[in-house]
Design a protein around this ligand. Structure first.
Ligand SMILES: *Cc1c(COP(=O)(O)O)cnc(C)c1O
Length: 231
């Protein structure tokens, strides 16, 4: 299957999952997770109609931006961001989806202030409390959000999560629903400088479950580009 055929199939799946949940398919954006795919593959995905691209590494982002690979759609940062790389990412992407620590939040705010911009971000939630994954716990998150008024160069736009790998939809739903309910709670508390328009959850293997539970953005790599070749 070509990249264009894959994107078309995923868009059909999005529409089906949305309609089954009584949702408008246009509420759900398709973010192509482009790591390890070259500029030509990225351009093909954009021509096929993905809504945005998500890159994992600062170096890869910089290299592909120099090739104008993302022309036509917004590019997001979705990988773990080291504080010594914030200069390469802040102001270069429309959304940093993967803010996973207070330390990183401070570094991004400082760099955004230096550039005189407001950087849109998502807070990453470690929904399964997995040791191997970064992100805020659902317990921590309200405490972080109550401090957001102090970060005047950051705009929180929502949440991102990568739930533990599950063997079935029922378990997937449990984690996705936990994130959805967290977003509802956050909205109700009306924190300064915080909105929760974006719920970024769902990848190649579980995007239909994520959409059933309220996802507004799915991040899909393998199902668009095929298996990544690690050399
Ligand atoms: C690679 C990646 C994805 C996409 O994963 P697939 O299983 O290939 O669809 C989504 N989100 C993040 C943060 C990623 O690093």
């Amino acid at each position: 299957m070509s990249i264009a055929e894959n994107v078309a199939r995923i868009k059909e799946d999005i529409a089906k999952a949305a309609l089954a949940a009584g949702r408008d398919p246009s509420e759900i954006l398709l973010c192509a997770a482009t790591k390890m795919n070259d500029a030509d593959a990225v351009r093909e995905a954009i021509r096929a109609g993905v809504d945005c691209c998500g890159e994992n590494r600062a170096q890869e982002l910089t290299a592909k931006q120099a090739q104008n690979a993302y022309d036509g759609v917004p590019v997001h940062f979705i990988g773990h961001l080291q504080t010594n790389k914030v200069k390469q990412v802040v102001g270069k992407v429309s959304l940093i989806q993967s803010i996973d620590s207070m330390h990183l939040l401070e570094a991004v705010d400082k760099e955004a202030a230096r550039q005189g911009i407001c950087q849109d971000i998502l807070l990453e939630i470690n929904v399964g409390n997995e040791e191997s994954k970064s992100g805020f716990s659902t317990e921590q998150i309200h405490q972080i959000l109550s401090q957001m008024e102090n970060f005047s160069n950051i705009c929180v736009r929502g949440l991102m999560a990568i739930p533990p790998i599950c063997q079935n939809s029922t378990d997937n739903h449990k984690f996705f629903q936990e994130i959805y309910h967290l977003a509802v709670d956050i909205t109700a508390k009306k924190y300064d400088n915080v909105s929760v328009d974006i719920l970024s959850m769902g990848m190649s293997d579980d995007y239909a479950d994520a959409i059933a539970c309220g996802s507004t953005m799915i991040r899909v790599g393998t199902a668009i580009f095929g298996a990544r070749r690690y050399s």
